[in-house]
Design a protein around this ligand. Structure first.
Ligand SMILES: C[S@@+](CC[C@H](N)C(=O)[O-])C[C@H]1O[C@@H](n2cnc3c(N)ncnc32)[C@H](O)[C@@H]1O
Length: 188
């Protein structure tokens, strides 16, 4: 059975994210990852969730409210390039995971996409913020204008990082034209 990239991303994160931890959802979108992270961090953990669109934050908030998990989430209607200055200092030492799901909001405005000029600084901040052993996932889509360039930028940025700082590998689904890419990252 083929395991979807989103499921593989969740499994990578789940292995390190436990009740009481902090986690970052760098691209809230429809809130599926926010819900997953909120369910993993438990009552005493928190998710720091970023998106530039009100529509995304509002929809995701509803999703989390319906699941009874909204109070586990801090919402930020701003770009993920502001991660470091936004997450409360008291949570810094408890951050164990970050998820990036790039591109546009499914069912939303296809022109409001993530862009490498802000994705790369955000990824650098996430690597800095998560504690040793913490994990990060990036799903990058190559089928929309600018997507392939963004995926290339993520890969070359990862390739330039010292091997003693992070371990990373790339997963590409077989047999698809313009496949999305999954980057699995762990801070050493
Ligand atoms: C593919 S969707 C995310 C899907 C989401 N993870 C889910 O579970 O439904 C990408 C999201 O990134 C958001 N986005 C675009 N630029 C952003 C930025 N600089 N910072 C944070 N979010 C951004 C878009 O508004 C869109 O909602």
């Amino acid at each position: 059975m083929t395991v979807s990239l989103t499921e593989q991303a969740k499994r990578w994160i789940a292995a390190r994210l436990h009740p009481g931890d902090g986690a970052i959802d760098a691209t809230v979108g429809n809130g599926h990852d926010t819900l997953f992270l909120a369910s993993r961090v438990g009552e005493n953990g928190r998710v720091f969730a970023f998106d530039i669109q009100t529509e995304a934050i509002d929809g995701a908030r509803r999703r989390l409210r319906q699941a009874g998990l909204e109070r586990r989430v801090f919402w930020y209607l701003k770009g993920h390039q502001h991660l470091a200055e936004s997450i409360p200092i008291t949570w810094r030492s408890r951050l164990r995971a970050a998820m990036f799901n790039l591109g546009y909001l499914p069912g939303g405005d296809k022109l409001r996409i993530t862009r490498s000029a802000t994705t790369i600084p955000a990824l650098a901040q996430a690597v800095e913020l998560v504690s040793t052993g913490g994990r990060i996932t990036v799903i990058a889509y190559t089928g929309h204008p600018g997507g392939e360039e963004e995926a290339d930028s993520v890969q070359s940025w990862l390739g330039r990082q010292p091997g003693d700082l992070i371990f990373w590998r790339r997963v590409i689904p077989v047999g698809r034209r313009q496949p999305p890419l999954l980057f699995l990252i762990e801070k050493r």
